[in-house]
Design a protein around this ligand. Structure first.
Ligand code: C5P
Length: 224
């Protein structure tokens, strides 16, 4: 099927302590946002890309993307609002499936995106890229209340891939109900849908802190 992709890129990236939002920091001559979009564009079937940008974004016009066929929409206060605002423009008949990918994940592998799409379409269910937790996990505040077995724990990555109509309804309903969600899968789970875990590579990091940039540069060099 034809696939639409949504890239929430309306965040300010406070934790990066940089002079601009992290998606506009440069890595190997291109902004992080351009890397992330290029990875999506490399996947067959991805026909339309929607970018949710901050209303007063002064950086986008200086990128090569401003001359491309990506479509910009106004983002919202939180990630979930940015995703829903883009999703509301996506025609679910023309694009029955949608990929959502963080602007801040420039290293996702094309083959991992393809694996996610293939697994989900084969089962007819939505899913996410995820990788296994490697550290021992504790629950608590100040003191350990318990050790949580890491055996069945995963880090949720992006892209996340869902039937467009179901995701639209789930996000809309979760937001209306005041549920706080930090990824699309949370809304789908809340709405009672099953979500497939597809194991991806852990180098698909989300650029969050200053050291992540150096790590991303290292991974890029390794793969080129
Ligand atoms: O802050 P965090 O790293 O969780 O952001 C994940 C993604 O969501 C980033 O690509 C960021 O630009 C985006 N975002 C957004 N709208 C917001 C907040 C974050 O599109 N209001």
């Amino acid at each position: 099927p034809a696939i639409a992709a949504i890239v929430p890129a309306a965040g300010v990236g406070k934790r990066m302590q940089a002079d601009r939002p992290k998606q506009y920091l440069v890595l190997h001559g291109k902004t992080i946002l351009e890397h992330s979009v290029a990875r999506l564009q490399s996947v067959a079937g991805v026909e339309q890309i929607w970018l949710a940008l901050a209303a007063d974004d002064p950086y986008f016009d200086a990128t090569a993307l401003s001359h491309s066929n990506v479509i910009r929409v106004k983002g919202g206060d939180e990630r979930m609002h940015s995703v829903l605002s883009a999703l509301n423009f996506v025609d679910e008949h023309q694009y029955p499936w949608v990929l959502v990918h963080d602007a801040a994940r420039p290293l996702v592998r094309q083959t991992d995106i393809e694996l996610l799409i293939q697994r989900c379409l084969a089962r007819g269910e939505g899913g996410i890229l995820a990788c296994r937790v490697r550290d021992t996990m504790k629950r608590g505040e100040l003191m350990v209340a318990e050790t949580v077995s890491r055996e069945h724990l995963w880090h949720a990555l992006t892209p996340q891939f869902f039937p467009t109509a179901l995701l639209k309804a789930a996000l809309h309903d979760a937001i209306s109900a005041g549920v706080h969600i930090t990824d699309e899968a949370s809304a789908m789970e809340w709405a009672g849908h099953s979500v497939l875990l597809v194991e991806g590579h852990s180098d698909n990091i989300k650029i969050t802190q200053p050291a992540d940039l150096a790590l991303a540069a290292f991974y890029l060099e390794q793969s080129s």
